[in-house]
Design a protein around this ligand. Structure first.
Ligand SMILES: [Zn+2]
Length: 209
């Protein structure tokens, strides 16, 4: 295990949260990032004025606080440790418990890293399909607007919503490429079909003697 509980708690737990836990009254704009003056949790014990003045300054940006009366600098953990009268590691564990932080062991981190899979980019997939059609079918620019071709493309893009994983994305692209191929070849008569067509036209136009 690399990092100490104290370091993790100082990073995961806000100094403002600790002050809240200690019952310190906080100004409404405490979350604004500006440093604020507060009453020190130890004022009644350690300050010469028994905590009458707001002698503590909290610095949300560095997640720390400084009491001008105590002349003491506090991190979330050192503040909690002093308030609870326990060691820093004990305070750190308590704080992490309070904010619901579950430390991950190496196996846990690995499992989480493996599970992480960003959602497939649907716009990118749609583009990939259209690029495929454009490259494979020279007449694509016109054909994409033909009734049956447009209908198949609409169906393909419609089922993009079902694509959730990288595996789905591969399957989607495979299936849709084949569907588009079928639609585009059907729409565009083959050479022999065109030849047949020409022959038929030639005959009906009175080519026969
Ligand atoms: Zn103080």
């Amino acid at each position: 295990m690399g990092r100490s509980t104290v370091a993790v708690a100082n990073e995961q737990v806000s100094i403002v949260t600790v002050l809240q836990m200690l019952g310190i009254e906080l100004p409404d704009d405490i979350g604004s990032g500006r440093s604020r003056k507060l009453h020190c949790p130890f004022g009644d014990v350690y300050h010469s004025d028994q905590g009458a003045s707001a002698a503590m300054r909290v610095y949300p940006e560095t997640n720390s606080a400084y009491c001008f009366s105590c002349s003491a600098y506090f991190t979330p953990v050192s503040l909690a440790a002093k308030a609870m009268g326990c060691s820093m590691p004990q305070a750190a564990e308590q704080l992490l418990d309070r904010v619901g932080h579950r430390p991950l062991d190496l196996a846990g981190q690995w499992a989480q890293a493996k599970e992480y899979e960003p959602d497939p980019d649907k716009a990118l997939l749609a583009d990939a399909l259209k690029t495929y059609c454009r490259r494979k079918h020279p007449g694509w620019e016109m054909q994409q607007f033909d009734g049956s071709v447009a209908a198949v493309l609409t169906r393909c893009l419609g089922i993009l919503d079902l694509v959730k994983t990288a595996n789905d994305a591969t399957t989607w692209l495979d299936v849709c490429k084949r569907a588009m191929d079928r639609a585009l070849y059907r729409e565009q008569p083959s050479l022999s079909q065109r030849y047949d067509l020409l022959l038929k036209q030639h005959r009906t136009e009175g080519g026969a003697p």
